[in-house]
Unconditional design. Sequence first.
Length: 117
Amino acid sequence: MRLAIHFVSQNIYTKITLADIAMSLSMNATYLSTLFKKEVGITLSSYVQNQKIFEACALMTQTDLTITEIYYRLGFYDQSYFSKVFKKVVGTSPKQYKRTIQSHAASPLLKIENTHT
């Protein structure tokens, strides 16, 4: 699964599908999906979403990009979908997360623990 994880990290700024990952690894998509869930503990699509949201958090803490610029860069083209996924992963809306970061600019940055890499 290391190669699938590597593919996701190398393509984080593009739309990533199960078919893309499977093709890059010369594997059947269904088999890859089953194997990934068994070895990593979450579905491949959840993993991709989580990684994109972790990257969004990093961009919010390290750049002056707007939330719109961030979600477009990460391949989300629907703001409500991005916000829904972000809130599911982080526990707060992107707007509130960014506000919290800005209000704590002098203190250590907020970190979202990435336990699946």
